[in-house]
Design a protein around this ligand. Sequence first.
Ligand SMILES: Nc1ncnc2c1ncn2[C@@H]1O[C@H](COP(=O)(O)OP(=O)(O)OP(=O)(O)O)[C@@H](O)[C@H]1O
Ligand SMILES: [Mg+2]
Length: 357
Amino acid sequence: MNILVVDDEAEQLNSLRVGLKSWGFKVFEALNAEDALKHLNHGPEKIDIVITDYVMPGMNGMELLKKIREKNNTLPVILMTAYGEKDLVIDALRNSCNSFIEKPFTLDQLLKEIDRVIFSMHQNINSRQLDGLIPKLVHQINNYLFCISGNVELAIYDLDNTEAIKKHFSNIIEATKKIQSINRKILTAGKGTEDKVEMVEIRELLHDCIKMFEDLMTLKGVSMEKDLNRRYLYVSGNRFELEQLFENLILNAIDSMDGRLEKQLRITAKFDQHTSSSSVSIEDTGCGITNESMNKIFTSYFTSKKKGAGLGLSVVKDIVEKHKGEIKVKSQIGKGTTSKAVFPAVRPESTQSGCSN
Ligand SMILES: Nc1ncnc2c1ncn2[C@@H]1O[C@H](COP(=O)(O)OP(=O)(O)OP(=O)(O)O)[C@@H](O)[C@H]1O
Ligand SMILES: [Mg+2]
């Protein structure tokens, strides 16, 4: 962790440097606020915490804090004050100062303060991340609940057909497993748990996604065509997230064809040798997207649907970016929409599926 210490007294600066270094921090020094700002704006390394004296010739510690906050709201700043400077503390709090330490202090006291600031900084980052993440995870649960209710409806309709009932029940079990996985994600969110990254075979994954919503398509009268690469198609990433990505695109395509005469969904998966990329296109013959809406579709909470949350495509965008890919949407009003996700291809040694190409 990089700490910038700002103090006009060389002796004090020296003893802080030695002490903080011995605790494993990388210490940068400035003898005045102007130099500190130069360092923050153009220094060789990013600073993680600033510890500054209050009384300094020229710009004092409070003015330095205000200057920092003009550009950076999150960089932790600890102000070193003299005993009993109450008004100063109030002013500093108004300017989002993270902490104070009264002089004279021991190195131990300073370290405790730094620990406290780092801890609350992480908590803030975690809660900010959770604020954005939780609605998206809840949205994903809703997609599977949608699938479950569709299958229950069909099961009631197919009561005399044991085979059909078995299929609906197995879809319901699959959907509940997915919800359990999302719940696990919610429980571990913000705890720094990394998602598993593996070689994901895209054709097989698409097959599972389609299976999940096949009955919904039957219910809505949507016919589907697949044109999947003849060889294995690999993307390096998290299987569960990639599933969520394609399921959101498929659900949007199905929704777009509500009330249309022609309801055709086409899923294409390809490898492009020139760009060394794998792509999946989801094409529908739905209502299409207006030019005005096109600029907003990836924004969280933008929806044109009565019951939409407007989160599906922002989930898609997050996942595509996490997988170093790209998402392109082309649409023609009244004709339909094609959403294409492109990923850098991965070619493991044994990618032959047995058929020649
Ligand atoms: N294939 C499509 N055809 C037509 N419009 C689409 C299509 N995909 C996305 N859109 C438009 O983009 C908007 C945002 O999509 P997004 O998936 O983010 O949210 P939503 O589908 O409205 O709600 P939900 O949160 O349930 O997914 C949709 O409301 C719709 O207007
Ligand atoms: Mg959607």
